[in-house]
Design a protein around this ligand. Structure first.
Ligand code: PGA
Length: 250
């Protein structure tokens, strides 16, 4: 199956020129690769300067849930869509830390689907506690995220399992492929009653959190991940291309 590798550039790079350079580096590097597709999620102002394709699509890092109105500083799904995005990251832990609760995540998922954007829904526990509380946390996030989302949208949803403790500079380590595999099974179990067993099996589940050129293969093979969500290592074209190559050859 084609692996989906998502680059979350976060608040980088600093200029439109650098964004174009990084993007064209990735484009060149993946030209000959088969069985892998990538999504680059740049800061919103750079979207118009980049041209996506089926193989290298563009995504929003977030979106606002209302389509228009007096909301200073917000960007709607339809605006992202008409600027070239076909995906939108929703519920990233950094947005949750900035105030997005489960209900807001739900509104944003619905807004993305309404605008024709595929939501990449981030879920993941704060800590992996020994008494299994993290499973409840994950279930709560998923139940709330998809409340009222009709079955017919199952094919337009991507999940990114990103344990918060494994994300970013401060993380001591990534999850393990085995840890991810268990979580992915659990996630599909939660989604099955809502979307149907078969559809839940087909929803891509990506791993995110300190993905790099060394651990990518393990998540895709042993971990059976359908793809990866990459932060820091997506900011260097050579590193990101190496990850794409790994994904194309597993
Ligand atoms: P990281 O970020 O790869 O830098 O840990 C991942 C993410 O936040 O999506």
């Amino acid at each position: 199956m084609t692996k989906l590798i998502v680059a979350n550039w976060k608040l980088n790079p600093g200029t439109v020129r650098e964004a174009k350079e990084l993007f064209s580096g990735v484009k060149r590097g993946m030209m000959k690769l088969r069985r892998v597709s990538a999504v680059v999620c740049p800061p919103a102002p750079f979207l118009g300067a980049l041209t996506g394709s089926d193989k290298l699509a563009l995504g929003a890092q977030d979106l606002f849930w209302e389509p228009s109105g007096a909301y200073t500083g917000r960007v709607a799904g339809s605006m992202f869509k008409s600027s070239g995005a076909s995906y939108a990251i929703v519920g990233h832990s950094e947005m949750r830390a900035a105030g997005d609760n489960n209900e807001i995540v739900n509104w944003k998922i619905k807004a993305a689907l309404k605008s024709g954007l595929m939501p990449i829904v981030c879920v993941g526990e704060q800590v992996r506690d020994e008494n299994g509380g993290y499973l409840n946390e994950l279930k709560e996030q998923l139940d709330a995220a998809f409340a009222g989302v009709p079955k017919k949208f199952a094919g337009q949803i991507v999940i990114a399992y990103e344990p918060v403790w494994a994300i970013g500079e401060a993380a001591k380590s990534s999850d393990t492929p085995e840890g991810f595999r268990h979580q992915a099974i659990f996630i599909r179990k939660i989604l099955a009653p809502q979307f149907g067993k078969e559809a839940a099996l087909n929803i891509p589940i990506l791993y995110g959190g300190s993905v790099n050129t060394k651990n990518a293969e393990g998540f895709l093979t042993e971990g059976h991940a359908d793809g990866l969500l990459v932060g820091r290592e997506s900011l260097r074209a050579d590193k990101f291309i190496e990850i794409l190559k790994i994904a194309a050859h597993v």
